[in-house]
Design a protein around this ligand. Sequence first.
Ligand code: SF4
Ligand code: SF4
Length: 426
Amino acid sequence: MTSDYRTMWRELNLDLNAHDALLNVLGQGYQDVFMNQRNRPEGMKYFDFVMSEVHGLRIRELLDVKKANRKIIGSFCVFVPEELVRAVDASLVGLCTGADFAMEKVEQYLPSSTCALIKSAFGFKLGKVCPYIESVDMIVGENTCDGKKKSYELLGALVPNLYVMDLPQVKSLKGRELLQCEYMRFKAKLEELTGTTIGVDNLKKGIGIVNKKRAAVQRLAKLRKAVPAPISGLDALLTNQVFFYDDPQRFSDSVNKICDELEQRIEQGLGVTPPDAPRILLSGCPMAVPNWKLPALIEQAGAVIVGEESCVGERGSRHLTDDSGNTLAELMEAIVERYFQIDCAIFTPNQDRLEHIRDMAREYKADGVIHYGLQFCQPYQIEARTVEESLKEDSIPVLLIETDYSMEDAGQLSTRINAFLEVLEQ
Ligand code: SF4
Ligand code: SF4
């Protein structure tokens, strides 16, 4: 990182010492987890570069966007419709983080029994180490789980620009109406913030941009059905994580380039692991950068992750938005239709998710499913039992993992993963 970036970080009011410490840990973690893998596709070099510049060049680009009088929106959830953000020529960046930071300060605000994802967002804000949260013009929170919706009441006092979106909890007619009303309210808020009116043309353009990047990650996901798997789960997860930060056009092109390379590998029968390596489907809570602990342990044990049933994965990107409507009302309806299909565990009941996990396990030829639940995440922890029962009907072995962001349980997790892989091998 150049000294130039230090000026930029100082102007964003980051704590430079704490930020240096974070970057050192991040850089070392990345090196240990990603750069030691074998047979990585050449195209992953782009993602290595993106990660090396995630607090540098990418922030500079976003600040340039702001200088050009365009807005940056930050979000914590895949329910925030990026199509509307792109329609007003603004950028959307993810604000979820996957590492513990400034926990003593965080626990002055939140109970220690709050999930790591929420605590981490507070830690990055209170520790002054996140250039994204300091750069955005508006932060969108959403009423999903209890932890998130109550914590936004506190976050609102820490940031000047929080906007909270209400979301349904039941897939009923009334639930859909609520989502529609909230997306109309969000559209009006974006129009007010940017001075741009959303109409048919710019909304179609916004839908096109977002569909393109979702189509690229869908293409990559499909290629992982091949035996042997042509790319590691870690590298595929990384592309899904970068999805939330990068310029969409550049991201789509880079993912498609990897897909071209993977198609050649598949033709030649080449994989990242031997063909008999256990194939794992990972299901559950989303994994934000730099939360790589569990996938790294699974793949270091000799298995290969072939899919992520997660918001940083298929749950977040498996549906495109229909752009065939000719009126604003039709396009808005298509957006509601698309997002109403997201099967997050905050919904009750959530039968679609159970079926989707079973479908994924079959399609990706998974030998077993590892369900990842963050400690204190009630929606996913409680649903884990139902997921296990549902997979039993297809005789698919399941390992339920409950963990957090610390490395303290790495040894114990490794032992459980190895035992699970032995069962699969038998
Ligand atoms: S798991 Fe639920 S709350 Fe979290 S990002 Fe996904 S949809 Fe949003
Ligand atoms: S991991 Fe669970 S508890 Fe944490 S924010 Fe997501 S849904 Fe809420």
